[in-house]
Ligand binder design. Structure first.
Ligand SMILES: [Zn+2]
Length: 113
């Protein structure tokens, strides 16, 4: 089975998507718990086995290779900097005066992240 992105509505990793994205997993329990808060999803809980694609991270959080001298060597599998958090394209949190913290509705208005 291929790697698919955990973020609701995101098509990365699915066969219908021609977009090649790097896939990342939380590396430890501490990181996992931060990612869980960053990616609220009602139907599924993020685990260490789930992947989150590169679209949800700031470009600066993704290490895609390194310079050796003046030559750039891209990594086959890019990695994340420590403490990288998924922050982008996670859906819209809508708040109004009746919203309390336990009653946040996630509205996914995007088709593809
Ligand atoms: Zn994604």
């Amino acid at each position: 089975m291929g790697k698919t992105c955990f973020v609701f509505g995101c098509k990365s990793g699915y066969r219908s998507s021609s977009d090649k994205q790097s896939m990342f997993k939380a590396r430890n329990a501490a990181e996992l718990s931060k990612w869980r808060i960053a990616i609220p999803r009602k139907d599924l809980k993020l685990t260490l086995k789930h992947y989150v694609c590169g679209k949800h991270f700031e470009e600066g959080d993704i290490v895609r290779g390194r310079f050796i001298g003046s030559d750039w060597y891209p990594y086959i599998n890019p990695s994340l900097v420590n403490d990288a958090l998924p922050t982008l394209h996670l859906g819209e949190l809508v708040f109004n005066c009746h919203t309390n913290v336990k009653n946040i509705q996630l509205i996914h208005t995007f088709i593809c992240c």
